[in-house]
Design a protein around this ligand. Structure first.
Ligand code: ZN
Ligand code: CU1
Length: 173
């Protein structure tokens, strides 16, 4: 029955409640060796910095992204904004920047972000992502950058991400 749903869904446009229902489970999944970025095609697991995952409506597997930068450059396309459902980023307050763990995915829409900070992601400059505002602020003290919410991130910002050049506070406390 489920298989029929998936196969005929494009033809039935709204006629298959099961596949479209919010009860379709779309949890974050582990990044495994060999996973490739949906945007740039790079093998994801060998690189530092937060990763992303995104489901589209009715999907049982997420797209995976090498970096928050590539996740946003996908999500911010108008057609993807419409089709995207669950989106995840990794909590850099709960994992190591150089080797982000798999159990640290959080809802991307409620996360805090730091743009134009000094640490490199898989594609160079990237957005650091955090579950807690306090962790994001602590990160800024060390690595610079600007604190943002999900809805503050625009294509223009993603296209002009750069390393922080402002004053650092390494010498204080
Ligand atoms: Zn990528
Ligand atoms: Cu890449």
């Amino acid at each position: 029955m489920f298989l029929l749903c998936v196969v005929f869904l494009p033809l039935l446009t709204g006629g298959c409640d099961k596949a479209e229902s919010p009860t379709v489970k779309q949890p974050p999944v582990a990044i495994v060796s060999g996973d490739e970025c949906h945007v740039c095609g790079m093998t994801i697991s060998r690189f530092p910095g937060p990763k992303g995952e995104a489901y589209v409506r009715g999907a049982t597997k997420p797209f995976k992204f090498c970096s928050t930068r590539d996740l946003f450059s996908w999500f911010l396309q108008p057609e993807n904004k419409v089709s995207a459902t669950s989106i995840y980023v990794q909590d850099m307050g709960a994992t190591d920047w150089a080797h982000p763990g798999d159990s640290t995915f959080i809802d991307a829409r409620s996360a805090w972000y730091v743009a134009n900070q000094s640490l490199q992601g898989a594609m160079g400059p990237t957005l650091a992502s955090f579950a807690s505002k306090a962790d994001a602020e602590k990160f800024i003290k060390k690595n610079g950058g600007q604190l943002l919410r999900f809805q503050d991130v625009t294509l223009e910002l993603v296209a002009t991400l750069h390393e922080d050049n402002g004053p650092r506070q390494h010498t204080n406390h």
